[in-house]
Design a protein. Structure first.
Length: 427
């Protein structure tokens, strides 16, 4: 029991820290990109200044100037923006370990996709995380990033290919988290391995009385722009674990491909406005078309798996997670809805069965009963440890009253075509 309590509190505190740090990092990143694009030249600026911007906030006026490389001498005080990014990644990776690695059999592995052990899934996740960043870094350092459009298209296709691979190795939720973690790692690595080291070299040159290398600032700016265009997709991917309509569908990798395309397009609209250029209003037409496409793809339902004999769905949410399928994807019919508490894995699993739960006459209520064709055993606990209204607040076509009725053992009608199908369970 105490292990679950500690794990739950660790997940809560790490998630809170991750969100707060991400807000600070993304906010400062968006602000400086907007500031950089809004700078205007002026005749009364000091030597080496690229431009200035006047801003008003909190009842005060601010005059901000940017040096193209660096000022002639080191200022007495200098504020660094780095720990927002570092804290975001450190807390995010720790959260990934607590949720996805320690509970890999629940969140990272889907045996209907690929029969992996938790250790194999964890090693695959960590290895692909490091390898993807390494390939990106090689592409940037070999000069491919200098050709912006080909690099952007190649990077997009690279991420889509990774997503397709992950959805055929990991669970749907695990795949979404993995591609989001890869993008986040690339962004933080840009800060840790390029932007901050280059800024430190510039500061060291100023202290030594030397002229800083202009290429350092240019390279840092390039990586900062990469981060700017990757921000919106990674935010969607990081919150997608709360929305099985995204990750639990059979076309989940296409949804990610659309999100990866829409994020930079939307950022282009705001960047153009900050630069004083004409706003590309066509962006919102593209965004609307992409949102509609995602809507229809999410309604396609989960991937089906034939196992024969029963209608099943690992369609539930754990008491401490979001491992569920949208209720509108559960077929209706003659099967009763059984609710079982899996003692071995410590989570609530909801099974749609061909018959309502029966208690063997020689076994007391609450004993172990066979509930599926695979011969797996689950503790019969129809009401479970979590109330259905809280577990299924996105009830879709089933109202909370009908979910409550399911707990009371009432039956629903299923079409005959679903009787021998097992609706695939997402991770």
């Amino acid at each position: 029991m105490w292990g679950s309590i500690v794990s739950e509190w660790a997940s809560l505190l790490l998630r809170w820290l991750h969100v707060v740090a991400a807000i600070a990092w993304i906010g400062s990143s968006f602000y400086f990109i907007a500031l950089d694009l809004s700078l205007k030249p002026s005749s009364d600026l000091p030597d080496g200044v690229q431009g200035e911007a006047w801003q008003v906030h909190g009842g005060g006026f601010y005059r901000i100037m940017k040096y193209l490389v660096a000022p002639s001498q080191m200022p007495d005080e200098l504020t660094w923006f780095k720990w927002e990014a570092y804290t975001t990644w450190l807390s995010g990776f720790a959260l990934m370990v607590v949720v996805y690695y320690l509970d890999a059999d629940l969140f990272l592995v889907d045996k209907s996709i690929l029969d992996l052990t938790p250790v194999q899934a964890g090693l695959f996740s960590f290895g692909s995380l490091a390898l993807a960043w390494l390939l990106y870094e090689i592409a940037c350092r070999t000069g491919l990033a200098q050709r912006e459009l080909p690099f952007a298209i190649g990077g997009y296709l690279f991420l889509v290919a990774l997503t397709y691979a992950f959805t055929h190795v990991l669970s749907g939720r695990g795949a979404f988290n993995q591609i989001g973690a890869i993008i986040g790692t690339i962004m933080v690595a840009n800060v840790f391995t390029v932007i901050i080291p280059n800024q430190k070299k510039i500061v060291a040159a100023l202290i030594a009385g030397k002229a800083p290398d202009p290429k350092l600032g240019k390279t840092s700016k390039e990586r900062s722009v990469h981060n700017n265009y990757l921000t919106l997709p990674v935010v969607v991917l990081m919150i997608s674990n709360h929305y099985p309509l995204l990750y639990a569908t059979r076309f989940n990798w296409i949804i990610v491909a659309i999100v990866l395309a829409l994020g930079p397009v939307i950022r282009h609209f705001f960047n153009a406005g900050h630069a004083g250029r004409k706003s590309p209003w066509w962006v919102w037409g593209v965004a609307a078309a992409g949102a509609i496409a995602i809507l229809f793809l999410s309604a396609a339902g989960p991937r089906e798996v034939k196992t024969g004999g029963i209608v099943g769905a690992a369609y539930g949410r754990q008491c401490r997670g979001d491992r569920d399928v949208p209720l509108q994807h559960v077929p209706r019919g003659r099967a009763g809805l059984g609710w079982y508490r899996d003692r071995a894995k410590g989570h609530i699993a909801r099974r749609a069965r061909a018959h309502p739960p029966q208690h063997p006459p020689d076994r007391p209520r609450g004993g172990m009963v066979q509930c599926d064709a695979a011969g797996q055993y689950h503790r019969d606990d129809q009401r479970g440890a979590c109330h259905p209204r809280r577990l299924y607040r996105r009830a879709g076509s089933l109202t909370a009253q009908r979910v409550d009725a399911a707990f009371r053992g009432m039956k629903f009608r299923f079409p005959r075509r679903f009787e021998n199908d097992l609706i695939a369970h997402p991770a």
